[in-house]
Design a protein around this ligand. Structure first.
Ligand SMILES: *[C@@H]1O[C@H](CO)[C@@H](O)[C@H](O)[C@H]1NC(C)=O
Ligand SMILES: *[C@@H]1O[C@H](CO)[C@@H](O)[C@H](O)[C@H]1NC(C)=O
Ligand SMILES: *[C@@H]1O[C@H](CO)[C@@H](O)[C@H](O)[C@H]1NC(C)=O
Ligand SMILES: *[C@@H]1O[C@H](CO)[C@@H](O)[C@H](O)[C@H]1NC(C)=O
Length: 430
């Protein structure tokens, strides 16, 4: 297995390699950890009719309500910072000076006012545009206007741009467009996180060059849009593990693979599937962009999304993306190297029939033998928080996982003695 640069090396070397592996990321000082926030698309789509759907249409009111809740309900304080507008915010044409303008019925106060409001709450505003002639929903695209649009967004006080790839034309125009917009954003002098879909649109035709992409983008979509459905989350995980050799090493401080929005708190995922989405998005060092209705979210989904230990794994400063290390029967074992020589471990039960199933594995299998050597303390983080105590490197570890659920663990290596009688969970071993 040669997929992960630095795998199996001592911690100091890992740290040094982490620095060299992340060299070449977009040099704008942003997204040193995966961005966190809220994005309207999956839950609110292109809901434009404010007369028929006043509370669900894409409007300044919707974003102001979400901004209020991000503060009052504790989202901002655990790290969800970017409030992001997706497609369908624009008027159907540019103004007389050629500038993009918001739909006047839905954003009567303008984007500058909305940005001021969002900033007054200690949050940041994200907006959406497209590299081609038209956005995916048919609104004006940015081709031919990259500098003007970047200046417009900077002038409004926008902090993040999601740049879609619909109607991109040729592959050359696609690549040039993303590069030119990246330069245009830089030239504005404003800190603007740049979210790309370049590899998603390129991949059907040729292999994306991630060395190049990460020089221009802070994060990038690789695969299809997430839906509010287990089948969609499963497909994203399968795609990611299948392609991990080519994408995992691209991730690092400043540039991240984006498996798309968190759909937790909506309609389509069971509790266990919501746990799986958050656990695996943490393992994948994914941007955590929720798409849900913060006005109506269950306390359980809210507590899950605000779980500080999971967020800490997602935001780990080492910035290495995790990967699947094995698939046995219907279990998948994933790990993510963390700072300080710690590891996050996810055990996913892919069986969709029956009840909870036990999975037994050796800690010697993790971190190329280093995660629990000579010993480690293990904390279960999801689905519930539980101290699993000290283990040594040959301890068999047993977890019980619900169908389509995940057990997320954090292992911290210790210098404890090899044979630890305090390990009461596995007396059968000694
Ligand atoms: C789309 O963009 C290309 C490249 O700028 C341009 O040549 C073409 O005329 C545009 N097509 C339409 C339909 O606007
Ligand atoms: C990108 O910028 C270069 C240099 O200004 C220009 O020649 C090229 O036409 C631009 N490409 C696109 C797609 O805008
Ligand atoms: C623009 O790019 C330069 C050089 O890559 C970098 O030092 C600077 O921080 C960037 N500025 C912004 C606003 O992104
Ligand atoms: C990928 O991009 C990098 C940086 O632009 C370049 O040095 C390298 O040659 C490219 N690789 C391929 C296979 O084209």
């Amino acid at each position: 297995m040669d997929r992960s640069c630095g795998m199996g090396l001592p911690v100091l070397l890992l740290l040094l390699l982490a620095l060299s592996c992340s060299a070449g990321a977009l040099d704008n000082g942003l997204a040193r950890t995966p961005p966190m926030g809220w994005l309207h698309w999956e839950r609110f789509l292109c809901q434009v009719d404010c007369d028929e759907e006043p509370s669900r249409c894409i409007s300044e009111q919707l974003f102001m309500q979400m901004a209020d809740l991000m503060v009052s309900d504790g989202w901002r304080d655990v790290g969800y910072q970017y409030l992001c507008i997706d497609d369908c915010w624009m008027a159907p044409t540019r103004d007389k000076q050629g500038r993009l303008q918001p739909d006047p019925n839905r954003f009567p106060s303008g984007i500058r006012k909305l940005a001021d409001y969002v900033h007054s709450k200690g949050l940041k505003l994200g907006i959406y545009a497209d590299v081609g002639n038209k956005t995916c929903a048919g609104f004006p695209g940015s081709r031919g206007y990259y500098d003007l649009d970047a200046d417009t967004f900077a002038g409004w006080g926008v902090d993040l741009l999601k740049f879609d790839g619909c109607n991109f034309g040729t592959l050359e125009l696609l690549a040039e467009g993303y590069k030119n917009m990246s330069h245009a954003l830089n030239k504005t002098g404003r800190d603007i996180v740049f979210s790309c879909e370049w590899p998603l649109y390129e991949r059907p035709f040729r292999k994306p060059n991630y060395t190049e992409i990460k020089q221009y983008c802070n994060y990038w979509r690789n695969y299809a849009d997430v839906y509010d459905a287990w089948g969609s989350v499963k497909n994203i995980l399968d795609w990611t593990s299948y392609n991990q050799d080519s994408i995992v090493d691209a991730a690092g401080p400043g540039g991240w693979n984006d498996p798309d929005m968190l759909v937790i708190g909506n309609f389509g995922l069971s509790w266990d599937q919501q746990v799986t989405q958050l656990a695996l998005w943490a393992i994948m060092a994914a941007p955590l962009l929720m798409s849900n209705d913060l006005r109506q979210i269950s306390p359980q989904a809210k507590a899950l999304l605000q779980n500080k230990e999971v967020i800490a794994i997602n935001q780990d400063p080492l910035g290495k993306q995790g990967y699947r290390i094995t698939k046995e029967n219907h279990f998948e074992l994933w790990e993510r190297p963390l700072s300080g020589g710690a590891f996050a471990i996810a055990v996913l039960n892919r069986q969709e029939i029956g009840g909870p199933q036990a999975f037994v594995f050796s800690t010697a299998f993790l971190g190329s033998g280093l995660a629990c050597n000579p010993a480690c303390s293990i904390q279960q983080i999801l689905p519930t928080s539980e101290d699993l105590g000290l283990h040594n490197w040959v301890s068999p570890l047993k977890v019980v996982v619900n169908p389509t659920g995940t057990v997320l663990l954090k292992m911290v290596v210790t210098e404890e003695k090899l044979f630890d009688n305090g390990n009461k969970r596995f007396p059968e071993f000694l």
